[in-house]
Design a protein around this ligand. Structure first.
Ligand code: ZN
Length: 227
Protein backbone atom coordinates (compact mmCIF):
# COMPACT_ATOMS: atom_id res chain seq x y z
CA UNK A 1 0.00 0.00 0.00
CA UNK A 2 1.05 3.56 -0.62
CA UNK A 3 -0.14 5.94 2.07
CA UNK A 4 -0.59 9.00 -0.15
CA UNK A 5 -2.98 7.25 -2.50
CA UNK A 6 -4.85 5.89 0.55
CA UNK A 7 -5.40 9.43 1.84
CA UNK A 8 -6.51 10.54 -1.61
CA UNK A 9 -9.03 7.70 -1.80
CA UNK A 10 -10.32 8.46 1.69
CA UNK A 11 -10.85 12.13 0.88
CA UNK A 12 -12.17 11.51 -2.64
CA UNK A 13 -14.50 8.58 -1.95
CA UNK A 14 -14.80 7.25 1.60
CA UNK A 15 -15.19 10.58 3.40
CA UNK A 16 -17.87 11.70 0.95
CA UNK A 17 -19.94 8.60 1.66
CA UNK A 18 -19.78 9.32 5.41
CA UNK A 19 -19.78 13.09 5.27
CA UNK A 20 -22.95 13.47 7.32
CA UNK A 21 -21.53 11.25 10.09
CA UNK A 22 -18.31 13.26 10.23
CA UNK A 23 -20.30 16.52 10.34
CA UNK A 24 -22.44 15.22 13.21
CA UNK A 25 -19.38 13.99 15.14
CA UNK A 26 -17.61 17.30 14.59
CA UNK A 27 -20.63 19.26 15.85
CA UNK A 28 -21.66 17.01 18.73
CA UNK A 29 -18.34 15.51 19.83
CA UNK A 30 -17.72 11.87 20.54
CA UNK A 31 -19.54 9.57 22.94
CA UNK A 32 -18.11 6.10 22.29
CA UNK A 33 -19.52 3.21 24.29
CA UNK A 34 -16.37 1.10 24.00
CA UNK A 35 -12.73 1.54 24.94
CA UNK A 36 -10.55 -1.02 23.19
CA UNK A 37 -7.01 -1.65 24.38
CA UNK A 38 -5.31 -3.71 21.70
CA UNK A 39 -1.85 -4.55 20.47
CA UNK A 40 -0.13 -2.19 18.05
CA UNK A 41 0.29 -5.09 15.62
CA UNK A 42 -0.57 -3.94 12.09
CA UNK A 43 -2.70 -7.04 11.52
CA UNK A 44 -5.06 -6.30 14.39
CA UNK A 45 -7.37 -3.45 13.39
CA UNK A 46 -10.01 -2.77 16.07
CA UNK A 47 -12.35 -0.85 13.77
CA UNK A 48 -12.16 -3.58 11.15
CA UNK A 49 -12.73 -6.61 13.36
CA UNK A 50 -15.67 -4.92 15.08
CA UNK A 51 -16.92 -3.13 11.94
CA UNK A 52 -17.01 0.08 13.95
CA UNK A 53 -17.72 3.51 12.50
CA UNK A 54 -15.96 6.75 13.42
CA UNK A 55 -17.18 7.70 16.89
CA UNK A 56 -17.83 4.12 18.02
CA UNK A 57 -14.51 3.08 19.56
CA UNK A 58 -12.09 4.89 21.86
CA UNK A 59 -8.84 3.05 21.16
CA UNK A 60 -5.52 2.62 22.94
CA UNK A 61 -2.92 0.47 21.21
CA UNK A 62 0.50 -0.59 22.43
CA UNK A 63 2.91 -3.50 22.10
CA UNK A 64 1.35 -6.43 23.95
CA UNK A 65 -2.02 -4.74 24.79
CA UNK A 66 -0.68 -3.94 28.23
CA UNK A 67 -2.26 -1.90 31.04
CA UNK A 68 0.49 -1.03 33.54
CA UNK A 69 -0.48 -1.40 37.21
CA UNK A 70 -1.92 1.73 38.77
CA UNK A 71 1.31 2.32 40.73
CA UNK A 72 2.96 3.29 37.42
CA UNK A 73 2.02 6.93 37.43
CA UNK A 74 0.99 9.08 34.51
CA UNK A 75 1.41 6.78 31.56
CA UNK A 76 -0.35 6.95 28.22
CA UNK A 77 -2.51 3.91 28.89
CA UNK A 78 -3.70 4.99 32.34
CA UNK A 79 -4.47 8.50 31.03
CA UNK A 80 -6.47 7.04 28.13
CA UNK A 81 -8.38 4.74 30.50
CA UNK A 82 -9.12 7.59 32.90
CA UNK A 83 -10.28 9.93 30.13
CA UNK A 84 -12.35 7.22 28.46
CA UNK A 85 -14.13 6.26 31.65
CA UNK A 86 -14.48 9.64 33.35
CA UNK A 87 -14.78 12.16 30.50
CA UNK A 88 -16.41 10.04 27.78
CA UNK A 89 -18.34 7.63 29.97
CA UNK A 90 -17.43 4.43 28.11
CA UNK A 91 -19.36 1.51 29.54
CA UNK A 92 -17.37 -1.40 28.12
CA UNK A 93 -13.60 -1.89 28.07
CA UNK A 94 -12.11 -4.60 25.86
CA UNK A 95 -8.50 -5.78 26.23
CA UNK A 96 -7.65 -7.55 22.97
CA UNK A 97 -4.68 -9.86 22.50
CA UNK A 98 -3.99 -11.81 19.33
CA UNK A 99 -2.27 -14.79 17.73
CA UNK A 100 1.39 -14.60 16.62
CA UNK A 101 2.02 -11.59 18.92
CA UNK A 102 5.63 -10.43 18.68
CA UNK A 103 5.53 -9.01 22.20
CA UNK A 104 4.34 -12.30 23.68
CA UNK A 105 6.87 -14.31 21.65
CA UNK A 106 9.57 -11.91 22.87
CA UNK A 107 8.77 -12.90 26.45
CA UNK A 108 10.13 -16.36 25.65
CA UNK A 109 13.35 -14.92 24.27
CA UNK A 110 14.38 -12.13 26.66
CA UNK A 111 18.02 -12.00 25.43
CA UNK A 112 16.72 -10.79 22.08
CA UNK A 113 15.22 -7.81 23.90
CA UNK A 114 18.54 -6.60 25.34
CA UNK A 115 18.99 -4.21 22.43
CA UNK A 116 15.47 -2.83 23.00
CA UNK A 117 15.49 -1.66 26.62
CA UNK A 118 12.15 0.15 26.35
CA UNK A 119 10.39 -2.91 25.01
CA UNK A 120 12.01 -5.05 27.68
CA UNK A 121 10.90 -2.72 30.46
CA UNK A 122 7.39 -2.48 29.00
CA UNK A 123 6.99 -6.25 28.82
CA UNK A 124 7.85 -6.55 32.51
CA UNK A 125 4.13 -5.79 33.04
CA UNK A 126 3.45 -9.21 31.53
CA UNK A 127 5.83 -11.13 33.79
CA UNK A 128 3.01 -12.28 36.04
CA UNK A 129 1.35 -13.96 33.06
CA UNK A 130 4.65 -15.66 32.23
CA UNK A 131 4.83 -17.07 35.77
CA UNK A 132 1.31 -18.49 35.31
CA UNK A 133 2.43 -20.13 32.07
CA UNK A 134 5.48 -21.68 33.77
CA UNK A 135 3.29 -23.00 36.58
CA UNK A 136 0.38 -24.32 34.52
CA UNK A 137 1.25 -24.81 30.86
CA UNK A 138 4.63 -26.58 30.90
CA UNK A 139 3.12 -29.58 29.10
CA UNK A 140 2.28 -27.55 25.98
CA UNK A 141 4.56 -27.11 22.97
CA UNK A 142 6.04 -23.71 22.15
CA UNK A 143 3.06 -22.51 20.07
CA UNK A 144 0.67 -23.65 22.79
CA UNK A 145 2.66 -21.78 25.42
CA UNK A 146 2.67 -18.59 23.33
CA UNK A 147 -1.12 -18.81 22.99
CA UNK A 148 -1.46 -19.54 26.72
CA UNK A 149 0.76 -16.56 27.56
CA UNK A 150 -1.24 -14.31 25.25
CA UNK A 151 -4.51 -15.31 26.90
CA UNK A 152 -3.12 -15.18 30.45
CA UNK A 153 -1.67 -11.77 29.60
CA UNK A 154 -5.15 -10.52 28.68
CA UNK A 155 -6.42 -11.83 32.03
CA UNK A 156 -3.58 -10.16 33.95
CA UNK A 157 -4.07 -6.82 32.20
CA UNK A 158 -7.75 -6.99 33.20
CA UNK A 159 -6.61 -7.41 36.81
CA UNK A 160 -4.39 -4.33 36.48
CA UNK A 161 -7.28 -2.45 34.91
CA UNK A 162 -9.64 -3.19 37.80
CA UNK A 163 -7.27 -1.49 40.22
CA UNK A 164 -7.31 1.80 38.35
CA UNK A 165 -9.43 4.23 40.37
CA UNK A 166 -11.79 5.23 37.58
CA UNK A 167 -12.37 1.58 36.63
CA UNK A 168 -12.82 0.37 40.21
CA UNK A 169 -15.35 3.14 40.77
CA UNK A 170 -17.16 2.39 37.51
CA UNK A 171 -17.41 -1.33 38.29
CA UNK A 172 -18.62 -0.73 41.83
CA UNK A 173 -21.17 1.82 40.67
CA UNK A 174 -22.51 -0.65 38.09
CA UNK A 175 -21.81 1.50 35.02
CA UNK A 176 -18.82 -0.36 33.55
CA UNK A 177 -17.86 -3.90 32.60
CA UNK A 178 -14.71 -5.49 31.21
CA UNK A 179 -13.98 -7.91 28.38
CA UNK A 180 -10.92 -9.92 27.34
CA UNK A 181 -10.48 -11.05 23.73
CA UNK A 182 -8.08 -13.23 21.80
CA UNK A 183 -8.17 -12.47 18.06
CA UNK A 184 -6.89 -15.16 15.71
CA UNK A 185 -5.36 -13.45 12.69
CA UNK A 186 -5.51 -16.45 10.38
CA UNK A 187 -9.16 -17.42 10.95
CA UNK A 188 -10.56 -14.03 11.97
CA UNK A 189 -12.20 -15.68 14.98
CA UNK A 190 -12.43 -14.13 18.43
CA UNK A 191 -12.29 -16.00 21.70
CA UNK A 192 -13.61 -14.06 24.66
CA UNK A 193 -13.03 -14.47 28.37
CA UNK A 194 -16.11 -15.26 30.42
CA UNK A 195 -16.68 -14.61 34.10
CA UNK A 196 -15.59 -18.19 34.91
CA UNK A 197 -12.12 -17.39 33.60
CA UNK A 198 -12.37 -19.40 30.35
CA UNK A 199 -11.88 -18.23 26.80
CA UNK A 200 -14.68 -19.34 24.49
CA UNK A 201 -15.61 -18.66 20.90
CA UNK A 202 -17.51 -15.40 20.42
CA UNK A 203 -19.63 -15.98 17.33
CA UNK A 204 -22.34 -14.19 15.40
CA UNK A 205 -25.55 -14.15 17.39
CA UNK A 206 -23.87 -14.72 20.76
CA UNK A 207 -24.09 -12.26 23.59
CA UNK A 208 -20.61 -10.87 24.17
CA UNK A 209 -19.01 -12.83 27.03
CA UNK A 210 -18.24 -10.61 30.02
CA UNK A 211 -14.97 -11.15 31.88
CA UNK A 212 -15.75 -8.77 34.73
CA UNK A 213 -19.45 -7.90 35.05
CA UNK A 214 -20.68 -4.62 36.44
CA UNK A 215 -21.03 -5.35 40.12
CA UNK A 216 -23.09 -2.76 41.90
CA UNK A 217 -21.33 -4.05 44.97
CA UNK A 218 -19.71 -2.28 47.83
CA UNK A 219 -17.43 -3.90 50.35
CA UNK A 220 -18.89 -2.03 53.26
CA UNK A 221 -22.38 -2.69 54.56
CA UNK A 222 -24.12 0.64 54.75
CA UNK A 223 -26.08 -0.33 57.86
CA UNK A 224 -22.91 -1.42 59.66
CA UNK A 225 -21.14 1.76 58.60
CA UNK A 226 -24.09 3.79 59.87
CA UNK A 227 -24.01 1.95 63.19
ZN1 ZN B 1 0.91 -8.17 19.44
Amino acid sequence: MEIGSGVARFQGEVYKQQQELFHTLARNGQSPKYLMISCADSRVVPELITQANPGDLFVCRNAGNIVPPVAVKNGGVSSTVEFGVMALGVTEIIVCGHSDCGAMKGMFNPEALDAMPNVKAWLSYSETAMEVVKACYGHLDKDGQVKALTQENVAIQLVHLQNHPSVAAGLAAGRLQLHGWYFDIESGSIQALDSNGSFREFKAGDDMPIAVPRRERKVASISEVAA
